[in-house]
Design a protein around this ligand. Structure first.
Ligand SMILES: [Cu+2]
Length: 277
């Protein structure tokens, strides 16, 4: 099975006829940061070692295909009253959703609590994969590029992997909290460079306080005043400050209002890795 960043699968392993010692291997070869090269069992990397010992377990369960394990409640497409689209695209050397930069003060979706929604998640292309992770509620993939998705992603997921140009149709229903949550690409460099969006489930008909302008109580939102003014406690995010910086948050040497020369993303990564920042 392929697991993108943050993907999870429940699996059942039958060790009845296993050797005394065996390994879970990663056979997806990857030699640089641009993505995996493909499956290559000769370039395997051991991830986990199993030692199998002792006698067969009494009352060993037989799990056959179709054995019910955990009840699955399928969301019904006929309940959908609203469809939203999220396109994951590149801009200014960083990443956007629906051509917008992340603002923690702006909810890009205000789903009604308890209502099933259809979301279209679209990789804007350009060759990069985006494993899209949605917080707060599981979702069920209805179709992938217009076709029936693989069985393992038809049930509850919190992440769906989108290769370049892929489009997933999902059903999602929020029934718990009414505070701003995030959806984002789970490749760390992409989420760090703003491929993130805020949604704020509310009772039907109620507006979100995250209107993009109003100050949000930092005790509720976690949005503290940023010393460089990017995420101040009021007003829209100052787009000129982040344009052409190549990264979501400028390096600390960056002077707001001009003068500073922004480092390349590589330099930022190196400085952050030095432990001084
Ligand atoms: Cu991504």
């Amino acid at each position: 099975m392929t697991l993108a960043n943050a993907n999870r699968r429940d699996i059942i392993v039958d060790f009845t006829h296993a050797p005394d010692e065996l390994f879970l291997e990663n056979i997806m070869e990857q030699t640089d940061g641009r993505g995996p090269k493909g499956i290559n069992p000769k370039k395997k990397v051991n991830l986990l070692k199993f030692i199998v010992e002792g006698n067969p377990v009494e009352g060993n369960l037989v799990i056959a295909e179709g054995t019910p394990l955990r009840p699955h409640v399928a969301l019904n497409p006929e309940d959908v009253k609203i469809t939203r689209e999220f396109k994951f695209n590149r801009s200014n050397g960083a990443w956007q959703i629906n051509d917008k930069w992340l603002s923690p003060r702006r909810a890009d979706a205000v789903p009604a609590l308890g209502q099933t929604e259809r979301w279209i998640l679209k990789n804007g292309g350009g060759g990069w994969a985006h494993p899209i992770h949605i917080h707060l509620s599981g979702f069920q993939v209805q179709s992938l590029n217009g076709r029936t998705p693989p069985k393992e992603i038809q049930f509850n997921n919190d992440t769906v992997a989108l290769e370049g140009g892929d489009e997933a149709e999902i059903l999602i229903r929020f029934s718990t909290f009414t505070v701003p949550f995030a959806l984002h690409c789970h490749i760390l460099e992409h989420e760090d460079m703003r491929m993130m969006s805020v949604f704020d489930p509310q009772p039907a008909g109620q507006l979100s306080p995250c209107d993009g302008v109003t100050a949000i109580d930092p005790m509720i939102s976690g949005i503290a005043h940023h010393p460089q003014g990017l995420f101040g406690d009021r007003g829209p995010v100052d787009i000129p400050l982040i344009q052409d910086q190549g990264v979501g948050i400028p390096h600390t040497d960056f002077t707001p209002g001009g003068g500073g020369v922004a480092p390349s993303p590589t330099e930022v990564g190196r400085k952050h890795n030095s432990g001084k920042n």
